[in-house]
Design a protein around this ligand. Structure first.
Ligand SMILES: Nc1ncnc2c1ncn2[C@@H]1O[C@H](COP(=O)(O)OP(=O)(O)OP(=O)(O)O)[C@@H](O)[C@H]1O
Ligand SMILES: [Mg+2]
Length: 237
């Protein structure tokens, strides 16, 4: 699996690298108008940005894998407070509204690494906007599991976007897997594998439902935490 992963990673990097190399060579060999040069620089810039993303996400993944959660800084916090602070700071794409929130009235305590969980939620939120190019509502909801599993709490992000087929859905979370192969929406296909790693290291799981042309619902399930006497309620704010 490791060598298959390496060859996929190398292949994913080669595509933008080839483009950067080819366009740089073109610039060296041909006389071009300033307008043509600008266009080529823009392509080089875009492809280099994609490579940086891939490399950063690969480093993230390998760090998370190597540390197996040992470097997680766990604290007990209110998931609602974390989620609403995130939404508050979230920057949706131009002319899109912020996510609609339904987080409930009571604190929901979880024991998590604040930054890692924020990264996971941010990834899922960014997908919700990215894969609904025609707009539509994005919501962030607190959902509880059935009574028998009341020890779990879910944070659900829904969109009314492109959705995914059953075949694609089955492969979501696989490294470098991208359901939307049109190439119109930039991405590396690593975001959800990072989310999955983080959530599973926190003792939770990732659940995804989707229907083509209707939208997607991604739920981050986490174990509820009991309030520990060493955690001051004030800190939860
Ligand atoms: N909300 C969504 N609606 C429809 N398709 C989605 C949604 N979220 C993810 N996908 C599909 O799953 C694929 C994998 O998502 P993932 O977040 O892992 O990678 P990405 O968005 O392509 O790149 P990045 O690493 O920048 O997040 C996407 O390419 C997309 O095809
Ligand atoms: Mg993504």
């Amino acid at each position: 699996m490791k060598s298959e992963f390496l060859s996929t990673a190398a292949h994913e990097l080669r595509t933008p690298m080839t483009s950067v190399y080819g366009f740089a060579e073109l610039m060296l060999r041909r006389e071009m108008s300033p307008a043509q040069q600008r266009e080529i620089f823009a392509t080089i810039h875009r492809q280099a940005a994609l490579m940086i993303n891939i490399i950063n996400e690969l480093l993230d993944l390998s760090r998370i894998e190597a540390r197996r959660g040992k470097d997680f800084e766990l604290e007990t916090l209110d998931l609602r407070a974390l989620a609403s602070a995130l939404v508050h700071d979230f920057k949706p794409p131009a002319d899109r509204a912020l996510p609609e929130m339904a987080l409930g009235a009571l604190p929901v305590l979880v024991r998590v690494d604040r930054n890692k969980l924020a990264q996971a939620i941010g990834n899922v939120l960014s997908n919700a906007y990215k894969y609904s190019p025609d707009g539509g509502r994005v919501t962030l909801r607190m959902v509880a599991a059935s009574v028998t599993e009341s020890t779990l709490v879910g944070l659900e992000v829904t969109d009314q976007g492109l959705g995914m087929s059953t075949e694609h859905l089955a492969r979501v979370g696989e490294r470098f897997f991208r359901a939307d192969a049109s190439g119109n929406i930039p991405g590396t296909g690593l975001g959800l594998s990072i989310v999955k790693e983080i959530i599973e290291l926190l003792g939770g799981s990732l659940e995804v439902h989707s229907a083509v042309g209707q939208g997607t619902a991604v739920t981050l399930w986490l174990p509820r935490a009991a309030l520990n006497h060493s955690d001051s309620l004030l800190e939860l704010a």
